[in-house]
Design a protein around this ligand. Structure first.
Ligand code: COA
Length: 179
């Protein structure tokens, strides 16, 4: 699977991405809205999971490559939602980029192509995005993509401990305009 935008190539994972990906998800600033950074082994396992998801069709997370220099910026894609949340979208969209690449509109540019894929190829009736209530940069990306927050769908993340500041989550959603 491959998607293209003016500045970016969204492509399947290569072994040569592993070092750059581990540096991104091992960076405490990048991961400040996640419960923990990832070790090299955990980063490798994350890539392996994305490769498996692409193979079995349960997730479509791709490596984001900058066309101008071939740099691997991070990930974006969709996945089946596999834990109970209070509303019914079945597909989530998400993104993580290395901090050297922030603030240049790369995440919304890449994610726009992913949304198009979700609507036209996966024929998802609706796509959701969720993040910690305190993760405002990610919510800005959701807003730029046209997702709208559904306050009635705020939820406590079931995999984050009660009382943890990252546990309260917000959910944004967008309906497939083609259905
Ligand atoms: C969320 C993320 C993907 C945004 O990517 P991006 O390519 O920088 O997106 P944009 O350029 O559109 O910027 C989005 C917002 O990020 C914030 N931002 C931009 N540059 C930033 C920087 N250097 N430091 C902190 N925040 C920044 C701004 O709020 C910006 O909104 P604005 O354009 O209205 O000013 C990126 O910040 C990231 O990877 N964060 C860490 C991982 C993460 O939280 N992923 C989401 C998990 S649900």
């Amino acid at each position: 699977m491959k998607l293209e935008t003016p500045r970016l190539l969204l492509r399947e994972w290569r072994d040569t991405d592993r070092e750059a990906f581990a540096a991104i998800v091992g960076d405490p600033h990048v991961m400040r809205f996640y419960p923990a950074t990832r070790s090299r082994a955990e980063a490798d396992a994350w890539i392996d999971k994305m490769i498996a998801g692409l193979a079995n069709g349960t997730a479509h997370f791709l490596a984001v490559e900058r066309k101008s220099d071939g740099a691997m910026l991070g990930l974006t894609g969709t996945a089946d939602i596999n834990f109970p949340i209070p509303t019914d979208p079945k597909l989530e969209i998400g993104w993580v980029l290395g901090k050297d690449y922030w603030g240049q509109g790369y995440a919304p540019e890449a994610a726009r192509a992913v949304l198009e894929h979700a609507f036209t190829q996966l024929r998802a009736p609706e796509v959701a995005a969720f993040t910690a209530q305190v993760n405002l940069p990610s919510q800005r990306v959701m807003q730029k993509l046209g997702l709208v927050r559904d306050p009635s769908a705020d939820f406590e993340h079931p995999r984050i401990a009660a009382g943890h500041p990252l546990r309260p989550h917000v959910l944004y959603r967008i309906a497939n305009p083609n259905t």
